[in-house]
Design a protein around this ligand. Structure first.
Ligand code: IPE
Ligand code: IPE
Ligand code: MG
Length: 241
């Protein structure tokens, strides 16, 4: 059991193997707020600040693609005022987001069904995509109105409509919302829950998983380093020996 004892040198994550793509499931905003006697909204508000910290730390550590699952297709079933509050946070953050993406030469991608989002958010997402379209060093991929089953069924329908007769792994992945992106090396779910909740079901085939015991609003630079360290202690085999 030598691998159990092997620990990567603490605080030296940048010297080890860095995942190319980390995908975060940003969960636990409501519980973070409840534990503080605050309304759920407060958790979402503070969770918004964690998004920037996490992206920045990942990029500082050399990660090239950061995916964030922020709002699922199922989350539309939540009370209207909570859904509206979350969309308002996106409205508030979009200006600053473009600036920081451009500073990092990071392209913005959306995974999710744009048509399910409010019209003004569709416009602002298209605007961010367009403004960052020539950025080539990094990628920030937001999961909004995203559900993996919806994505997979949509991909199959698009393939059928394109007239393709034989579906292969190669052509299929080009019809997913993550087309052109590497599969996530590491999937991190905040809040301690250990499930995918309809996230990247196809792309996660060989991802490593890590579940910090922290709610999303408490995610910061230290938690990102902890995630990368956990990844550096894994041995990926891809079915080989
Ligand atoms: C994640 O936090 C944010 C969204 C899913 C939109 P939650 O709102 O799910 O928080 P918990 O899981 O109820 O604590
Ligand atoms: C998953 O969280 C979706 C996002 C974080 C955006 P949920 O809170 O919706 O997932 P469940 O309901 O606990 O599975
Ligand atoms: Mg949740």
């Amino acid at each position: 059991m030598a691998w159990l004892k092997k620990k990567s040198p603490c605080g030296q994550v940048s010297e080890g193997r860095i995942p190319k793509h980390i995908a975060f499931i940003a969960d636990g905003n409501g519980r973070w707020a409840n534990e503080r006697g605050l309304p759920r909204f407060e958790g979402h508000r503070v969770g918004k600040d964690a998004i920037k910290k996490v992206i920045d730390r990942c990029f500082d550590r050399g990660v090239s693609v950061v995916s964030l699952y922020l709002f699922s297709t199922e989350n539309f079933n939540r009370p209207k005022d909570e859904v509206e509050y979350i969309f308002n946070l996106f409205r508030q953050m979009s200006g600053e987001l473009v600036k920081s993406l451009l500073k990092r030469d990071a392209q913005f991608r959306l995974m999710g069904d744009l048509s399910l989002l409010p019209a003004d958010i569709q416009v602002s997402i298209n605007d961010i995509i367009q403004k960052t379209s020539t950025c080539a060093s990094r990628v920030v991929n937001f999961g909004l109105a995203y559900g993996s089953r919806h994505e997979i069924v949509g991909a199959v329908n698009k393939l059928l409509a394109s007239g393709i007769k034989v579906i292969t792994e190669e052509n299929f992945k080009n019809y997913l919302d993550t087309a052109g992106l590497p599969d996530p090396d590491l999937i991190v779910r905040a809040s301690g829950e250990q499930r995918l909740s309809n996230f990247m079901l196809y792309q996660a085939a060989y991802s490593e998983f890590y579940f910090p015991k922290k709610y999303w609003p408490d995610f910061d630079e230290k938690v990102v380093d902890e995630c990368i360290e956990a990844y550096q202690n894994r041995k990926r085999r891809f079915g080989n020996i």
